[in-house]
Design a protein around this ligand. Structure first.
Ligand code: GMT
Length: 372
């Protein structure tokens, strides 16, 4: 494979959410490998270290011009990408999410004209699953994909769904997500003390942005259905507001079982402190949080949906969507058999380290760049 340094523009959402986290990790790794990496977003991506060599950030202001009745992001983003694309002689625009990023990349390349960067679009889920079927967006997404030089998805499942959703006569490559577990800053004991976890209590962790697709209602119902609910503490590392779910916490009598940490909690501190991970999404193209949980050797219980089986294979307890009682029984089994739980967690870690490291995945993105 060719290996000269490239000038790469990465456009992503900056908030807590799988796609932005993955895009940030990818850009960071690419810079370590000698590429110049330019990030475009309306705010600094949450895990981006601006002091790292070869990392640049171009903030895009949301258009609030008084002549427009509504704010606009796509055009200012396209203009910024065109400006930097031209001045820095970018080779690649790698956009995460078709809407609006691939559309902005298309406009930017039209503005630049000859020698414009090639466009790589990575689909993370919502473009296909939520926006794809929506007639207000469908044609725009399809246009952006058709005009991308390469399209990737984060799982086979999302690739298949994308072909079923759009009229695409081009190859979609699957490049799975990766994760590099940071070293914890605090010990397991310290974190469990902070959380008030008593001896004999079993700490179940859930990390997500709490969007409706994460089915926090089912998450709470699984814990409420457990035969060992009085031994469980559920730690929710929330990338969104938890307040809307408080009434259900009370209805299920889980007030003293649920602990919430909102905003950018240090997952590398909380995951080692946990005993298992619980994920109840109704759709998940990959499940980056599940992969993060596996990297810290914590056994996972989840629904068998979307790309999750590709991530965990046989290293987790998977159940048909909605099978709350069975999920609760799996949690109980983990609580009752610490050795089996440890073994399952270790197998998850081995699978994660074998398949989903930066060393394995980043060269696959580089290969996509050089192929176009
Ligand atoms: O749902 C989220 O957590 C956020 C969302 C995003 O786009 O930021 O996540 C999607 O991309 C992640 C990274 O590829 C995947 O791990 C998630 O499975 C995917 N979410 C859904 O498909 C619902």
């Amino acid at each position: 494979m060719e290996s000269r340094p490239l000038q790469i523009g990465i456009t992503c959402f900056p908030l807590i959410g799988g796609s932005g986290i993955l895009a940030t990790a990818l850009g960071t790794e690419l810079a370590v490998r000698g590429h110049e990496v330019h990030f475009f977003s309306y705010a600094k991506p949450i895990r981006l270290d601006l002091s790292a060599p070869r990392i640049h950030f171009h903030q895009v202001s949301v258009g609030q011009n008084s002549v427009f009745p509504c704010p606009d992001y796509t055009l200012p983003l396209a203009v910024k990408m065109a400006e930097v694309g031209r001045s820095e002689k970018l080779n690649i625009f790698h956009v995460h999410y078709a809407v609006p990023h691939a559309t902005a990349a298309f406009l930017a390349t039209e503005m630049i004209g000859e020698g414009a960067p090639k466009i790589v679009t990575t689909l993370h889920g919502t473009d296909t699953t939520l926006l794809g079927p929506n007639p207000q967006y469908r044609a725009a997404i399809e246009h952006a994909l058709v005009h991308s030089d390469a399209v990737t998805t984060v799982s086979q499942s999302l690739r298949q769904q994308t072909y079923e959703t759009f009229e695409l006569r081009k190859e979609i490559q699957v490049v799975p997500n990766f994760f590099t577990p940071p070293t914890p800053a605090r010990s397991r004991e310290e974190v469990r003390r902070e959380l008030g976890i008593g001896g004999g209590e079993f700490l179940v962790v859930h990390m997500s942005n709490l969007r409706p697709v994460k089915r926090i209602d089912l998450l709470l119902r699984v814990v409420a259905s457990s035969g060992r609910r009085d031994r469980i503490k559920l730690l929710i590392l929330a990338g969104g507001a938890f307040a809307p779910y408080q009434p259900l916490v009370h209805e299920l009598g889980l007030q003293d079982r649920v602990i919430v940490r909102e905003s950018a909690a240090a997952v590398e501190d909380y995951l080692p402190a946990a005993d298992a991970g619980l994920y109840t999404s109704e759709a998940e193209s990959f499940g980056l949080s599940i992969l993060e949980t596996m990297f810290y050797a914590k056994p996972v219980v989840a629904f068998r949906i979307g790309g999750i089986p590709e991530v965990v294979s046989d290293t987790a307890y998977l159940h048909e969507f909605g099978a709350i009682e069975k999920m609760a029984a799996s949690l109980d089994a983990l609580i009752d058999s610490p050795d089996a739980a440890r073994e399952l967690g270790e197998r998850g870690r081995a699978r994660a380290e074998e398949n989903f490291t930066a060393a394995r995945i980043v060269p696959r993105y580089e290969a996509v760049y050089f192929s176009i």
